[in-house]
Design a protein around this ligand. Structure first.
Ligand SMILES: Cc1cc2nc3c(=O)[nH]c(=O)nc-3n(C[C@H](O)[C@H](O)[C@H](O)COP(=O)(O)OP(=O)(O)OC[C@H]3O[C@@H](n4cnc5c(N)ncnc54)[C@H](O)[C@@H]3O)c2cc1C
Length: 261
């Protein structure tokens, strides 16, 4: 890099991904530097405040943080699980889907059975569809071993059945147009497009929240703060206000990163 210090690895960006990479590589004995262009670390975990209230810019709730669930296992590995102040969201409706001209809020609940039970009063004839939806979500996630931190050699995305889009899959479960909209209502969270986003992506996102849904009491930036501390404890160097503007390579693997504004 231009400050003429040598590292084995330069990580560009101190978002969730960059900080996790830094932690892992530093724990494996690599000399790591993270260069972050902003003054605040965290990328989409950053927060801002207005009138003494904290607002998340990106990550505002998390799934899978109960013991044994996937994010709990990841965050335990990174040594931050017991450092986060978490608030469990309403078990009977961590999200509520609403429509113009319809006074009902349709709850998206935590727990597979509870998910069905909370929507059933609104769609009394659709129990079969609701149960199939949950079964499909679970089956789909089960086909992604890494999602559950299980080792596997196969590439699940080679299965064309997994590429069916979310809208068609949900439509295949029920003729009820409103239920279709409720089940697909969360897709806006991850910028999902009904005709393009595959059902598996919808399933992987939704499943974590159905397993359990949480808010960080001190905002998502707490994750970045504690991750950065843990990465530094492993020996990583993390520098803010360093925007990487150019990378130079000798063609053999060695690389210089130039930062500036
Ligand atoms: C609006 C929004 C809402 C979201 N809500 C949720 C949610 O509620 N729950 C959830 O689980 N997920 C949510 N997500 C997804 C989640 O935020 C991301 O999956 C995750 O934070 C991405 O982390 P990242 O490290 O890949 O990228 P980022 O967080 O984007 O981090 C990239 C970092 O790289 C830095 N960078 C980029 N270029 C350079 C450069 N040239 N030099 C130096 N630094 C550079 C950036 O400043 C940034 O800090 C949301 C995402 C968005 C955008």
């Amino acid at each position: 890099m231009s400050a003429d210090r040598d590292f084995d690895v330069v990580v560009i960006g101190a978002g969730l991904g960059g900080l996790e990479c830094a932690f892992i590589l530093a724990s494996e004995g690599k000399k790591v530097v993270v260069l972050e262009q902003n003054s605040q670390l965290g990328g989409s975990l950053q927060v801002f405040s207005r009138n003494k209230r904290l607002f998340d810019t990106g990550v505002h709730y998390l799934g899978g943080l109960a013991p044994g669930q996937n994010l709990h296992r990841y965050f335990s590995y990174f040594g931050i699980m017991d450092k986060l102040k978490l608030h469990r969201m309403d078990p009977d409706g961590f999200d509520r889907i609403s429509f113009d001209g319809d006074p009902t809020d349709y709850p998206i609940a935590q727990g597979y059975e509870n998910f069905v039970q909370q929507l059933l009063p609104h769609f009394p004839r659709e129990e079969r569809a609701l149960r199939r939806y949950i079964a499909d979500i679970r089956d789909t996630c089960d086909r992604f071993p890494l999602y559950y931190l299980r080792y596997a050699e196969h590439n699940e995305l080679e299965d064309p059945a997994l590429l069916i889009n979310a809208r068609d899959h949900i439509a295949s479960l029920t003729q009820d147009v409103k239920l279709r909209a409720v089940l697909g209502g969360n897709n806006v969270l991850h910028g999902g497009r009904g005709d393009r986003t595959p059902f598996y992506m919808h399933a992987l996102v939704l499943n974590t929240y159905i397993e359990s849904a949480w808010r960080c009491v001190d905002g998502g930036v707490a994750i970045a703060k504690h991750l950065a501390q843990q990465a530094r404890a492993q020996g990583a160097t993390i520098l803010n206000r360093k925007r990487v503007v150019a990378l130079e390579t000798d063609g053999k693997g060695a690389c210089r990163a130039h930062f500036g504004w």
